[in-house]
Ligand binder design. Structure first.
Ligand SMILES: *Cc1c(COP(=O)(O)O)cnc(C)c1O
Length: 399
């Protein structure tokens, strides 16, 4: 396992395959932003390219992933789940990372970049508080002051994460705009950023304007890089299929990027299906339309007038009307197949994995488990499912 993170190849090849897109994924992506943000984002893109090309930056990032986050995360053969499904299933254990999910890979990477850029302040948005906690953690680690924007309704529902962020030294700023949830927190953070373009905006998923989708894809690519090496080590071959849940799409692109060029590997994304009907879903690629939303051109859930509308999912991390422009491209080209997984299917998988393996998955990750369980039943395949996070946060909920 040692070799996986110390290997010089780690994080080198993924950026090359990302670079060719340079902000566009087919017709998707780009930067649809107010003029005041053009310069700061251009600078961000240039600084990202400059620093990630140096071995000092990569060394420090890899050191922190290893000694602070606890990477490489294990690739675990889930034997009882395997027997139950009738296909061999490995779980990529992102739930075992420091702070309990994949989000820390990205926040450490971006916070490290913020430090290199001399940023005096990090700002971020959060829905359920997961990204806010991961950002506050990375900001504390780098010694940079941090402001987290959060919908007032979310702050009330997620009081524990608000306390965590404050304990980590972050300032939590609540907004009562709109429905006072994630989309409004993003708007509030974007408004603040437009007024304070010298701040470093640390975005939590593979969304927003260029260079965010590229940066987030790069920092999360460690997941797929490790998983590919681990499955070759343990099984001596590539998997037949891989699965991840897709909210904004960051844990999914992290896993998928390790296998995109392996055309024999089938790739599946599990969306937050909600009730899986128009108007009551968060399955953006299954029910949405291409439109400009929060800085990027990608699929988005829209109302009858074509305006971005609210999403609905039992999983806060999947409850977002937008999606990564790279996933939009991967859907259109057919390389990845996306399916809505309903709330009740995810809840069943949440209980199933807890009881079969002694692993309580995040309700978000449970969507990927549910899709794999459904598509692989009795198929005798070899598969990897990305367990994006742990489910402690979901235990007290009344499903
Ligand atoms: C935030 C979150 C997600 C969704 O975000 P992506 O960017 O789609 O990965 C999924 N799982 C967990 C555990 C999360 O915290």
């Amino acid at each position: 396992m040692e070799a996986i993170v110390t290997n010089k190849q780690v994080l080198v090849s993924p950026i090359e395959s990302m670079l060719k897109y340079n902000g566009r994924y087919g017709e998707y992506g780009g930067a649809y932003i107010p003029d005041v943000l053009a310069k700061p984002l251009e600078r961000l893109a240039a600084e990202f390219d400059k620093h990630t090309a140096t071995s000092e930056f990569r060394k420090e990032f890899i050191y922190l992933l290893k000694q602070y986050v606890g990477r490489p995360s294990p690739l675990y053969r889930a034997s009882r789940l395997t027997d139950y499904v009738g296909s061999t299933i490995y779980l990529k254990r992102e739930d075992l990372n420091h702070t309990g999910a994949h989000k820390i890979n990205n926040t450490i990477g971006q916070a490290l970049l913020a430090k290199r850029m001399g940023a005096r302040e990090i700002i971020a948005e959060t829905g359920a508080g997961q990204h806010g906690v991961a950002t506050a953690t990375a900001a504390a680690l780098m010694g940079i002051p941090c402001k987290v924007f959060m919908g007032a309704k979310d702050a009330e529902r997620q009081a524990l994460n608000v306390r965590r962020m404050r304990l980590l030294g972050a300032q939590v700023i609540t907004t009562t705009m709109g429905t006072a949830t994630l989309k409004d927190a993003v708007d509030a953070a974007l408004m603040y950023y437009a007024e304070h373009p010298e701040s470093f905006y640390l975005l939590g998923s593979q969304v927003g304007p260029h260079p965010y989708p590229k940066m987030v894809g790069y920092f999360q690519s460690v997941i797929g890089q490790e998983a590919r090496e681990q499955i070759l080590l343990q099984e001596g071959r590539l998997p037949d299929s891989i699965f991840a849940c897709a909210g904004g799409g960051s844990n999914a692109i992290g896993l998928f990027s390790g296998f995109l060029d392996d055309t024999e590997v089938q790739i599946y994304g599990a969306e937050g299906g909600g009730q899986a009907v128009q108007g009551n879903t968060a399955a953006t690629l299954s029910f949405g339309k291409p439109t400009v939303f929060q800085g990027t051109y990608s699929y988005c859930l829209v109302d009858e007038n074509g305006n971005p509308c609210e999403s609905h999912s039992v999983a806060a991390g999947l409850d977002y009307p937008g999606i990564s422009p790279q996933h939009a491209y991967l859907k259109d080209t057919g390389r990845v197949k996306y399916f809505p997984v309903t709330d009740s299917e995810a809840i069943k998988a949440f209980e199933l994995l807890s009881q079969l393996e002694g692993i309580i998955p995040a309700i978000e990750s449970s969507h990927a488990v549910a899709l794999a369980t459904k598509l692989l039943k009795g198929k005798g395949q070899l598969a990897i499912v990305n367990l994006s996070g742990r489910g402690d946060k979901d235990v007290e909920r009344d499903f």
